[in-house]
Design a protein around this ligand. Sequence first.
Ligand code: SF4
Ligand code: SF4
Length: 235
Amino acid sequence: MNKSSKIIDPGRSDRLRFAAWPHSPDDCLACGLCSSLCPASGIDGFDPRKVLRMVELGRIEELVEARWLWLCTMCSKCVVYCPMQINISDIVRSIRTLWDREKIPGDLHTGLVRALKTGNVNALSSQEFVSRMQAIADEIAAEPGFEGFTVPIDKEGANLLLTVHNKLVLRFPQDMKHLWKVLYLANEDWTITSENPEGSNWGYFNGDDPAAKILVGRIVDHMKNLKIKNLLWPE
Ligand code: SF4
Ligand code: SF4
C-alpha cells in the first residue's frame, strides 16, 4: 500500500477525518514493541498489531463491529515507541469515527451527550457542581496546615485554569484534594470554572470531531473570558 494512499474511502462517513496517515500500516515491522507496552493489549482480544494488520487487509467493516477496539485508551505510548512512527492511536480513532454513535459501547456516547448539554459528563447543574467543589474545599480546610483553604472559582486573571475530570468529582474526590493541596502549597494562583468545567474530552476519544471541537472551544472561551494564559488539563 502506498504511504499516501487512502486506507478508508472518506466518502464512507462524514465523521471520518483521517483518510491518510503519514506512515502506512505496511511499514509495520511486527516487532511487538507496541503490544508489549500497551496497557490494553491482551484484554478481550485487543492487540495494536492486530488492528494494523486488519487495516492493512482491508477488514475495516470488522473493526467497526469489534467492541474490543474501544479498549484502546488513546494513551499513544505505542506511537512514542514505534520505530516506524506509526500512529496507531490515530488509526484507532479514525476507525471509531465510522461507528454508529448509538452502537458505541458503554456510556461513552451518552456521557458525551450529557457533557455537551450540561457542561460535564456527570450532568450536574452549575450550582450542584460548585456546591460539591466547596464541600471538598471545606474538607481540605479542616486539615492541619490548610486552614482557610478555599477553592477559587471563576477567578479572573488567575495564572492557571484547572479543568476538572468528571471521575474526580463523584468517584475520586480524594485525588482532586491531593492536586488542590499541591497547588495551595506551591502558592499557585489558579481557578476552576462554575460552568462547563469538564476536563475530559469524550468527543476526542469517541472519534466525534464536532463534539471534540465544542469541548475544546469551551476551555478556550474560559481562558479568553477570564484572561488566563496557562492551562492545567489533568485529563
Ligand atoms: S511498534 Fe510499530 S513497527 Fe513494531 S509492531 Fe508495533 S506498529 Fe509495528
Ligand atoms: S494508544 Fe491504544 S494501542 Fe496504543 S498503547 Fe495506548 S492503549 Fe495501546
